[in-house]
Design a protein around this ligand. Structure first.
Ligand code: WTA
Length: 656
């Protein structure tokens, strides 16, 4: 079982000091320095963030009010005007960075491209003008459904430049999932590609867009822009569809960045919660820019000659904050790789590190566990000596995987930053600072300066060391989400009312359970709601259940996470069938494909177990705790006295 348990981590006593050589050159050089920053930020958060905003970012106009906090709604840098695309591009052009590599891109088939800051700026300006010509205005929403190619970042930055709000939908989502998100966001235009390379095959992105938009299902969409990437046959709908390269041709590269209000909406990114419908997480301009800028700078300790590589997809928050905005705002060289380890090239990540001399590498525990399985010989056959810092994100990392990463990839010389955060938080919240914080394998260590994290009970009381509780944040921070798009009530309910507000103080509840040890180190235990984490992807169990019951054969479905050695958790579905259907392997297969069609391959159930009835309480609630135990093959422990029909349990044990 790869999810850490309290027992296993209580035994974890290893401590790794930052290497002296690393600390000497780091932005934050010692634990004392961290502590000083932390204390200063705690004493006066507004001054702390305002000083950094002044020093680190460009403003067209300075703000009047640092923080306007009407719980749970925050506004940062009110009255200020700025543009994140300006901060990511224009301001570097008057420095030596003008001709520095901004984006290094490696395609899966081995093609590659490097864009300097001047070149990236030019492409972004041109594409911003293309958007304008197609009638996209400040405040409009633009859907981006793309493979991992430079045009994805260019499209995001171009939207930001003219004040359009982007909503990136991960290219692995199905046409149905794409359609729901485009409808919710009322997208006016969609940017896509004919296809993307994925594990030696082609993902037919444009075909999916066609299905999503068929029968005028998303009436707000007027135009679709298509990048030619894989060159397979696709349909181009006259008037609606245009090739990116046709429209980009000959367009002016003069497009000044629009001065945006600090609180203008920068993007919407959909994420799973414990109810069926994904939430549109809203991030705004200035606070997000500052927060991603500072976290990238201090956590990844960016130095001017570094090549920095984050392996996430731009379709997730990690790609937004730590491939595109954070690194570019810092004037860094950010690497983007289209491929994934695959049968024809399982060592491709190590090839990329060697080829570009990557210095900072940020990936997910699920990837690390997959590397462990593939074997040490792959990384050992490459020269990885350029690496100086490693990071992980997305799920708790088990200490064995941490140790392997440290030893085999980091050569026992690279600090590891285990970064805890969420789509909602905009940037990393709990993490080591690599030159300052001694690390313990499996712990995300301590909060970033300015973040007041705590572990509490349901009443909001801080709980004792080493006891499990709810992970909360006590003071607003610049990168926090502002609302759920179109549903402020849901924002309040989901994040701020779960833990009782105390003395008027609202606590942000992340949905995670955690423990804090005697050194003040946080150990994140995983979700405590009906969200599962499959290979670092967040999935609402209700979403998968809704997908299953939309199939005519399914009467009822209950989905739980099953511990998985590589993925962390896998989707396990209990299903009862409509009367006229009989369980069969064929039907199980069909149901799995149905979920793929409704949501995407990331949600494909690893196992479907048919059952005549679900274990329910007398009030009719499905007892998920029992199902979780059953799925993981454990004995059903704890109280089962509330179970309505005990024979259901026996039947479930043996399958239907
Ligand atoms: C989990 C990804 C433990 C957690 C940036 C959180 C982690 C959810 C860590 C957010 C970590 C992320 N240790 N758990 N270092 N990082 N998580 O929105 O459960 O895709 O709530 O954001 O991932 O997932 P999301």
């Amino acid at each position: 079982m790869s999810q850490p348990t309290i027992e296993s981590i209580l035994q974890e006593k290893r401590l790794f000091q930052p290497p002296a050589e690393f600390s000497q050159k780091a932005h934050i050089k010692s634990l004392d320095e961290y502590q000083e920053l932390y204390d200063k930020a705690k004493a006066d958060p507004q001054k702390f963030w305002a000083d950094l905003a002044e020093k680190e970012l460009h403003w067209f106009q300075k703000w009047d009010t640092v923080l306007d906090w009407q719980p749970p709604f925050a506004k940062w840098f009110v009255g200020g005007k700025m543009n994140i695309s300006y901060n990511c591009l224009d301001r570097h052009l008057t420095t030596w960075r003008r001709n520095k590599a901004a984006l290094i891109w490696e395609g899966e088939p081995g093609d590659s491209r490097t864009l300097t800051y001047a070149q990236l700026h030019r492409e972004v300006c041109q594409f911003a003008n293309v958007l304008k010509q197609l009638g996209v205005k400040k405040g409009d929403r633009v859907g981006i459904y793309m493979p991992m190619i430079p045009e994805a970042a260019i499209a995001m930055l171009a939207c930001a430049r003219i004040g359009a709000t982007h909503t990136v939908v991960f290219g692995g989502f199905s046409a149905e999932a794409l359609r729901d998100r485009l409808i919710d966001g009322q997208a006016k235009l969609v940017v896509t590609a004919d296809g993307g390379w994925r594990k030696d095959g082609i993902v037919p992105l444009k075909d999916q867009v066609d299905i999503a938009l068929a029968n005028n299902a998303v009436p707000t969409v007027e135009n679709v822009l298509v990048v030619k990437r894989t060159a397979q046959q696709i349909q181009m709908e006259p008037d609606r569809d245009h090739w990116w390269h046709d429209l980009q041709q000959g367009v002016s590269a003069d497009c000044p960045a629009e001065p945006m209000d600090s609180e203008d909406m920068l993007f919407i990114l959909y994420t799973s919660g414990s109810t069926g419908k994904p939430k549109g997480v809203v991030h705004t301009t200035a606070g997000y820019n500052l927060y991603t800028h500072m976290t990238t700078k201090w956590i990844f300790d960016l130095q001017d000659t570094d090549v920095y590589w984050c392996t996430a997809d731009v379709g997730w928050i990690t790609g937004h904050s730590y491939i595109v905005y954070g690194p570019l705002s810092n004037g860094a060289t950010t690497l983007m790789y289209e491929g994934a380890p695959r049968a024809s090239n399982p060592g491709c990540f190590w090839d990329v590190i060697e080829k570009y001399g990557v210095n900072i590498f940020y990936t997910a525990p699920t990837a690390i566990r997959a590397f462990i399985k593939m074997g040490e010989h792959l990384p050992k056959a490459r020269n990885l000596s350029s690496l100086r810092l490693l990071g992980t994100v997305g799920e708790p990392i088990n200490p064995e995987a941490w140790m392997w990463y440290y030893r085999v990839i980091g050569g026992e010389r690279c600090p590891i930053v285990d970064t805890w955060w969420q789509t909602e938080t905009g940037g990393v919240m709990i993490t080591p600072l690599p030159g300052a914080t001694p690390t313990k394998p499996g712990s995300a260590t301590r909060p970033f300066p300015g973040i007041l994290a705590d572990v509490v009970d349901l009443e909001g009381n801080t709980i004792g060391d080493n006891e499990g509780g709810y992970l909360v944040v006590k003071h607003p921070w610049p990168g926090m989400m502002r609302t759920v798009y179109g549903d402020p009530d849901r924002f309040r309910r989901t994040y701020w009312e779960h833990i009782a507000p105390q003395d008027g103080q609202y606590l942000y509840f992340a949905g995670d359970g955690a423990r804090r040890d005697e050194d003040g180190y946080f150990w994140v235990m995983g979700r405590v709601d009906d969200v599962i984490n499959v290979a670092g992807h967040r999935l609402g169990t209700m979403e998968v259940e809704s997908a299953l019951v939309s199939h005519p054969a399914v009467a009822e479905a209950a989905v739980v996470g099953k511990p998985d050695e590589v993925k962390g958790e896998d989707v396990f579905a209990f299903v009862t069938l409509e009367g006229s259907y009989d369980p069969s392997d064929q039907l199980a297969k069909e149901l799995k494909e149905h979920v793929v069609k409704e949501i995407g391959a990331i949600a494909r159930p690893g196992e479907i177990r048919f059952t005549d009835a679900m274990p329910k309480t007398r009030s009719g609630k499905i007892m998920r705790r029992l199902l979780r135990s059953l799925a993981s093959g454990q004995e059903v422990a704890g109280d089962t006295s509330t179970l309505e029909d005990r024979s259901v349990l026996d039947k479930l044990r043996g399958g239907a």
